[in-house]
Design a protein around this ligand. Structure first.
Ligand code: G6Q
Length: 548
């Protein structure tokens, strides 16, 4: 396939950008009184207003034509039908099957995967029920009070983000913790507050070989055995989520306490699988199913809606518009919801590991930007920190604002105040303030003319900063499921436009290989591998200082 930037559709967008580059979003509203109502969409409990973008109806038509040119809908059908679209690993991409609540058969290598998925869900339901009712007891006969998920990357970020987001649905007597970093501090600080007799560990690793996870799991096992002194305790306090039964058994975990998933589930797309076990333990299995249902509703929309009314496809195309035509390098995710505090970190992996690629599926170097840097923090903390740069910096930073109509914690007037900031920010980012307005304001407040002239440029806001506003009634398992699936399909859309494989992660694999050579050197104190002079000097310094 030739590169997408050689298509007439891309070139038409290029030309269109040249016409729009000096346009003002506010002028579009002035020219079209229907704009706000035309550019909004409600899907699966999410309400999207995308009218505050630097686009016209023509932009949307041209973007849709680009999506058609790369056969977005064909690729979507192929993903949903189980084709091996992850070509570098020769795998299907079926996180959508994990939440296929319709049970529509999805066939991989001649077999429907739905019975396998349903079997694991049934085992999860049984196990979660036992732990939550107190039927599952620790080695000394006590109920489980704390669950520690040991995993990293895709085996950590999703469940951690969702558990924080669904905190209002959790019980006080069953707490869930996450340990990911190999830095001993993470495990030590987590375990310091826990009782081995009432702690259950989930070792979550697709491969069961990841150094961080295996090291943490081994130390956790030692902590447990030091307290309980009996090898058989492991079976009552350790369960595994993995695709690697052999290694799970070798670690000493009873295979009956292993929950499987499959190679067609990518790590960063795996929270819907047994990797979601800590979520189900935290909020209950029924709530976990509601999360799957919310995602499924978004999947069905993405699979069937035409591009002009397709929420994930639209958001994906808008991202392409800014990244490839308007020169944006980053994308901000700004949830006005404290419980979504890990959303940006989660999407950072989802997006940057998926689309941080420089060659197409066929291995041809791209000639355009692919995945942007994704970042963000919950409002209003971000407002008091980095919003300055979004308002007045030299970069264009498209931003998604995400908020709820109702808070789980309607404390006095907190929520209206919170959301007033959401709306005020999106309005100000679009409108800006001209130098003339700034000057007039200064003069009206009695500032001396020379000072007013000096200050006016500093108090000028260019505006025209694009935002999407995403609202939901309340952050529930369903709306959260839909929100995550929305971003997953946004990532997919962009990967298809750029022609990259969004489902491999060779950069992560590299990291896994590199450290092992150096670990040997640090442990023996002898440098055996060829290193560049800087690394060699650093290693020598580290070894020498550790000895001293
Ligand atoms: C995700 C990546 C990566 C992976 C971790 C953990 O898509 O592949 O983040 O999830 O490296 O891998 P394991 O689950 O195999 O331990």
């Amino acid at each position: 396939m030739s590169l997408v930037n050689h298509t007439p559709q891309w070139q038409a967008l290029q030309q269109h950008w040249d016409e729009l580059r000096t346009a003002r979003i506010t002028d579009f509203f002035a020219a079209d009184p229907q704009r706000a109502t035309a550019m909004r969409l409600s899907v699966a409990g999410l309400y999207l207003d995308y009218s505050k973008n630097l686009i016209t109806p023509t932009t949307l038509k041209l973007l849709a034509a680009l999506a058609d040119a790369v056969d977005l809908s064909g690729w979507t059908q192929r993903m949903f039908n189980g084709a091996a679209i992850n070509n570098t690993e020769d795998r299907a991409v079926l996180h959508i099957a994990l939440r296929n609540r319709s049970n529509r058969p999805i066939v991989v290598d001649g077999a429907d995967v739905m019975p396998l998925i349903n079997q694991v869900l049934a085992r999860m339901e049984h196990f979660v029920g036992r732990v939550r009712t107190g039927d599952w007891l620790g080695h000394t006969g006590r109920r489980i009070s704390d669950v520690v998920n040991i995993g990293i990357g895709g085996s950590n970020l999703g469940p951690k983000m969702v558990c924080a987001a669904l905190a209002p649905y959790q019980r006080d007597d069953l707490r869930v913790h996450f340990v990911s970093n190999i830095d001993g501090t993470h495990l030590v600080e987590t375990l310091a507050r826990l009782n081995p007799e009432t702690t259950l560990f989930i070792v979550a690793s697709k491969t069961f070989t990841t150094q961080e996870t295996m090291t943490n799991a081994t130390s956790a096992r030692a902590w447990l055995l030091a307290a309980l002194g009996d090898q058989t305790a492991v079976a009552r306090h350790f369960v595994a989520v993995s695709t690697n039964a052999e290694r799970v058994t070798a670690f000493g975990i009873d295979p009956n306490n292993m929950f499987g998933f499959w190679d067609w589930v990518g790590g960063r797309y795996s929270l819907w699988s047994a990797i979601g076990l800590p979520i189900a333990l935290a909020v209950g299995f029924d709530r976990f199913v509601e999360l799957l249902e919310g995602a499924h509703a978004m999947d069905e929309h993405f699979r069937t809606a035409d591009i002009a009314h397709n929420m994930p496809a639209l958001l994906g195309l808008l991202g392409v518009w800014y990244a490839n035509f308007a020169g944006a390098r980053t994308h901000a995710v700004l949830p006005y919801d404290q419980s979504l505090r890990f959303l940006a970190a989660y999407l950072q992996q989802g997006d940057m590991e998926s689309n941080g690629k420089r060659v197409t599926r066929d291995g041809v170097a791209v000639e355009y930007s692919t995945g942007p840097v994704v970042w963000g923090e919950p409002g209003t903390d971000g407002q008091h920190a980095f919003y300055q740069l979004i308002h007045q910096g030299t970069q264009l930073i498209p931003a998604d604002f995400i908020g709820a109509i109702h808070s789980h914690n309607e404390l006095r007037d907190h929520h209206p105040k919170f959301m007033a900031n959401f709306f005020a920010q999106t309005e100000a980012l679009m409108r800006g303030r001209t130098t003339a307005e700034a000057l007039a304001e200064l003069q009206a407040s009695g500032v001396a003319e020379a000072q007013a002239q000096l200050l006016a440029p500093h108090r000028t806001f260019p505006g025209n900063r694009p935002t999407n506003s995403i609202l939901m009634q309340r952050l529930t398992p369903q709306t959260l499921g839909a929100l995550i699936a929305l971003y997953e399909h946004r990532i997919f859309t962009q990967g298809i436009i750029w022609g990259v494989n969004s489902f491999d992660q060779w950069g992560v694999e590299l990291g896994k290989q590199l450290a092992s050579v150096i670990l040997d050197e640090l442990q023996t104190g002898k440098l055996t591998a060829p290193h560049d002079p800087s690394t060699r000097a650093l290693l020598e310094y580290f070894i020498q200082q550790r000895r001293a």
